[in-house]
Every structure is written in structure tokens, then in C-alpha cells.
Write a new protein. Structure first.
Length: 566
């Protein structure tokens, strides 16, 4: 008779002897029995909150995960962690807390799983930072783990057309331009977000959910199943069963998170036209997993992976439309069959990518959400890392749908997003300008806020390809137009972006991957000598963050201790 494998890889510490009787006594108070102590303890972490539609339903979904765990022979232990609603915080001081929330989520998950000696983890998340936060924790803890995305929101409907949150942001620009009445803008506002789920285009939440599925950390099909469906309930139930299988097989996150797996994730992000935030987050996850992923790897992948998806913000379809024609797994299968995906990577199912794809149907015939490789939306990837004397360590340009290959224009420099927004709303920014918003990086923000509000107003005013926007801050996955973020080193670190002055000629070039400004060596040195940096923020969570965070080219991580390389 084969001896049954003990799956209590961490929680066995509670059953070792009578010395742990007090520990067991407390667990009995929350429902444990003698039988419970013989089973593996599985954490079920839901990013549930009433702060955002992305997460409002996650507590209900967690119950299905617990059911699956119990039926498979484990003991589920549910706990929660935080989330910040990016769409609500956007354009307000609250946006500074968004990126730090990623690391707080990671730290809190690691703290509970480590402190409670849990054997495995299922994390269920909805808003943008939930996915990378959970993945960072999984890589750091390295206990069997599965991420389940709470699912995309259904599209809003107005006048027979699909709309979403970005429609509302861009509506503000149209209203400011006189193209919408107060009543028309209000109608968009009232119909843009019809229920639970992450923002509906190829924005950061859907981007990172797709990336984690491509990496093998989520069950096949779960990224694209919409929020308010039986399919989503099944996703979390099946994850509950699958996590016991991972324990049985001894599969750990770092077995899954290999360099090839990250390349699969990057490939899918490029093919789907994902968010600029994917670069920041994948670098951070790789750092946690101790995988050598460099920002230059993204340009290497960008040159060989075409943009295929006609998804918002630069296309016409929403993420639910992708689900209806075959979903993320259908796209992965198409890319795999054309030699763009590594099929030999192990996944959380216990099978390889190729083995998982054997059970997946092809994309529906006749669909036009995903374009063919022979006729792509763009022949290479839509996210480009630019370098030059304005961004020696790199900057990220999102060029999906952007026809302008090269933009040369005068800088208009602002030290806050609010000042830049006011100038745009007052028509003080003209066609051809390069709007520079600085001191909003990881340290300078602090927190590297996104600028969907500002970029959407520019697009809404019809200037999306006539004005370039450059910042050491970030952009939402909902941003499109001629935008360049993540400039490193940031202004707060004394990077060159701190030296640019209004009127300087700035060059942005997709083909040469250049971001530079025209300045003589003598003038550069003179400006550097007279530069006075503002004091680093030093209160509360943002103060802690500002003092320990790395630069964006390293993923803006908070546990990077080679201080000379921040």
C-alpha cells in the first residue's frame, strides 16, 4: 500500500507535539477539528472591498474557492487584503496610493501566509494592482499558488453602442471642447459602469490577468471569463481543487515563473495591445521570482510580436468581445501554433502550456476581434522602451493606434499634473507641443500616479496625435495617444527630465526608440549645477515608499537593496 503524501508542507508545525496545544486551541475556536489538523491549510485571499466595482463581488466568489478546496481534501482559511480603486482615485491626490498598494498587497499576503504557516494560496483579485501584488507575494513565499481574476465588467450601453469608463474620461475632454452638453456627459457617466468587474477594455486589470494566465499562474480560460457569470464561479471553484493538485505534484510558483514563462506573458501582452503598466509589473514580479528579466527584454520581444487585438482603448472592442470569440486561451493557442509561445512551460494545472492548449478550441472563424498574423493591427508590439538623453535608463511609449512615427516639438514643462491639466483645459497647450509632467515618479509623486485624466482630456479635445505627453509618472491601461511614461531616472532623483525647460526641443521617435531633448553639454552642466530638488516626502506610507522604492526601470520595487542602482 502506497503511503499517502503529507501535503502539510508548512502547517505541520501545529501538529508536532503537545507544545503546540495553545496554537491548536485558537484554531479550534475558528472551526478546526481533529480531522482539520490532518489536512493542508489553504489560504483564500480575496481583495474584496466596497470601494470599487472591480472588487465588490470577490467575497462571494471566495466561497466557491473554499468549496473546491474542501471537496479536494483541504481546509480553506479566508482572509482579505486591501485594494485602491484606480479609476476613482484618478486625477486626485489619492492616485499616489495606487502603485504603493501593489507592494502593500504583496507584503500583506506574504505576512498572513508566512505568519499562519499556510500550505498554499489562492488569491482572487479585481483591480489593477491586485494581480501583480498577488504574483509578487506568490514568488516571494513560493508555496503552491493560483491567481483567479474576478473578471471583466460588462460593457455599458448608450444609444446602442458599447461604452466604458474611458468613454467617461474622454467625455470630459469632449465636454470641455464644447462637443458634449452637460446632459450628454451625464448620460455617459451614468451608463459607463453597469456592474461588477474590472474595467472593460484592454486596460491594466485585463492586461495583467491575461499575462498571469499566459505565465501559467492562472487556470486556462479564467482571465477572459466575465465577472458576473457562472463561468467565473466555476473558475474559483476549480482553482480550489487545482491547488490541492499542485501540492500533490509539488509544483511551486518559481517552477512556473521561468524566463520562458515571462516571455509568454510579454508575447500575449503585446499581441493583445496591453497596458504600459505590464512592463513595470512584470519587472517587479521577475525581481521577486529571481528571474533575470531586464527592461531591454521588452524591446527584444517587441520587435517580433505583432499587435493583433482590435481592443479598446485603441480599438473598437471590449474584453468581453474577446471572451465571446475564444478568449485569451484562443489567442495563446493561435500564437503557439505560429511559433510565438513556449509550449514546454509547466503551469498551475500540472500540465505544460502545450498540453493545456490541446483542450482549447481555436478562435471562432469569421471573428475580427483578433486580426491574423498576415494582416496585424501593427506588425510589431505596441509598447516600446525609449532611451536617450532625456531617459538614460528608459521610458515606455504606448503607440497602439498611433500613426505618428516621429514627433519633434517644444517642451511645455509642468511640475504637477494639476498644472498641466489646467493648461490643457484653458487651451494653453498647442498642436506640436510636448507636455512634460515631472516630479511624479515613484519617489517624486510619491507613488508614480497615473494620468488617465490628463491624457483622456487631450484625446477628448481631438489632440491625441498632435500633442505628446511625457512624464516620469505612469499611464492607465486606458490611455492612448502619443504618451511616454516611466521616464528614468525620475526628476526627484535628479534625472535629465528635471533639467528640461519650456521651449527646449524634444524628439520622440518610434523607429529609433529615441527620447531626447536638444541641449548643449555646457548648458546641461549649468542646469545640473543649479538644480535644487524638492525634499523627499517623509510622512506615513507614502513617506516610507518614497525612501525605499527603486526606479521604474527596475519595476519600482520596494525590496531592492543595491542602493547605487536604484
Amino acid at each position: 500500500m502506497v503511503e499517502k503524501k503529507d501535503l502539510r508542507i508548512k502547517s505541520h508545525v501545529y501538529t508536532e507535539s503537545n507544545i503546540k496545544a495553545p496554537n491548536r486551541a485558537m484554531l479550534r475556536a475558528v472551526g478546526f477539528t481533529d480531522e482539520s489538523f490532518e489536512k493542508p491549510q489553504i489560504g483564500v485571499a480575496a481583495n474584496w472591498a466596497e470601494t470599487t466595482p472591480c472588487n465588490i463581488h470577490l467575497n462571494d466568489l471566495a466561497q466557491f474557492a473554499k468549496e473546491g478546496i474542501s471537496e479536494a481534501g483541504g481546509v480553506p482559511i479566508q482572509f482579505n487584503t486591501i485594494t485602491v480603486a484606480d479609476g476613482i482615485a484618478m486625477g486626485t491626490p489619492g492616485m499616489r496610493f495606487s502603485l504603493p498598494s501593489r507592494d502593500i498587497i504583496a507584503d500583506s499576503l506574504e505576512t498572513v501566509v508566512g505568519g499562519q504557516n499556510l500550505d498554499a494560496l489562492i488569491a482572487i483579485g479585481g483591480c489593477d494592482k491586485n494581480m501583480p501584488g498577488a504574483a509578487i507575494a506568490m514568488a516571494n513565499m513560493n508555496v503552491p499558488s493560483i491567481f483567479v481574476y474576478g473578471g471583466t465588467i460588462a460593457p455599458g450601453k448608450l444609444n446602442g453602442k458599447d461604452i466604458d469608463l474611458v468613454s467617461v474620461f474622454e467625455g470630459v475632454g469632449k465636454w470641455n471642447n464644447g462637443d458634449l452638453t452637460d446632459q450628454e456627459l451625464n448620460a455617459i457617466e451614468c451608463n459607463g459602469c453597469p456592474g461588477p468587474g474590472g474595467c472593460g477594455g484592454m486596460y491594466t486589470a485585463n492586461t495583467m490577468a491575461s499575462a498571469l494566465e499566459a505565465m501559467g499562474m492562472s487556470l486556462p480560460g479564467s482571465a477572459s471569463n466575465p465577472a458576473a457569470t457562472k463561468n467565473k464561479e466555476k473558475d474559483v471553484y476549480e482553482a480550489g481543487k487545482a491547488i490541492l493538485n499542485m501540492l500533490e505534484l509539488g509544483i511551486y510558483p518559481r517552477d512556473i515563473m521561468t524566463k520562458k514563462a515571462f516571455e509568454n506573458a510579454i508575447t500575449v501582452v503585446y499581441a493583445l495591445g496591453g497596458s504600459t503598466n505590464a512592463i513595470l509589473h512584470l519587472l517587479a514580479i521577475a525581481h521577486a521570482a529571481e528571474v533575470e528579466l531586464d527592461i531591454s527584454d521588452f524591446n527584444r520581444m517587441q520587435e517580433k510580436v505583432p499587435h493583433l487585438a482590435d481592443l479598446k482603448p485603441s480599438g473598437k472592442y471590449v474584453f468581453q468581445d474577446l471572451f465571446e470569440v475564444g478568449g485569451v486561451q484562443g489567442v495563446i493557442k493561435y500564437l503557439y501554433e505560429n511559433g510565438l509561445i513556449h509550449g514546454d512551460c509547466i503551469t498551475c494545472t500540472g500540465k505544460t502550456v502545450a498540453e493545456n492548449l490541446e483542450e482549447i478550441e481555436h478562435l471562432k472563424e469569421g471573428q475580427d476581434v483578433i486580426m491574423p498574423l498576415e494582416n496585424p493591427k501593427r506588425k510589431d508590439g505596441p509598447l516600446i522602451v525609449l532611451t536617450g538623453n532625456l531617459a538614460p535608463l528608459g521610458a515606455v511609449a504606448k503607440v497602439s493606434g498611433v500613426k505618428v512615427r516621429r514627433h519633434v516639438g517644444p517642451a511645455k514643462v509642468f511640475n504637477t499634473e494639476e498644472a498641466a491639466t489646467e493648461a490643457v483645459m484653458n487651451n494653453e497647450v498647442e498642436k506640436g507641443d510636448v507636455v512634460i509632467v515631472r516630479y511624479v515618479g515613484p519617489k517624486g509623486g510619491p507613488g508614480m500616479p497615473e494620468m488617465l485624466s490628463l491624457s483622456s482630456i487631450i484625446v477628448g479635445k481631438g489632440l491625441g496625435e498632435d500633442i505628446a505627453l511625457v512624464t516620469d509618472g505612469r499611464f492607465s491601461g486606458g490611455t492612448h495617444g502619443l504618451v511616454i511614461g516611466h521616464v528614468a531616472p525620475e526628476a526627484q532623483d535628479g534625472g535629465p527630465i528635471a533639467l528640461v525647460e519650456t521651449g527646449d526641443e524634444v524628439t520622440i521617435d518610434q523607429d529609433t526608440k529615441e527620447l531626447s531633448f536638444k541641449i548643449s553639454e555646457e548648458e546641461y552642466k549649468a542646469r545640473k549645477e543649479r538644480l535644487v530638488l524638492p525634499p523627499l516626502y517623509n510622512k506615513g506610507v507614502l513617506g516610507k515608499y518614497a525612501h525605499i522604492v527603486s526606479n521604474s526601470s527596475k519595476g519600482a520595487v520596494t525590496d531592492f537593496y543595491n542602493r547605487d542602482d536604484l
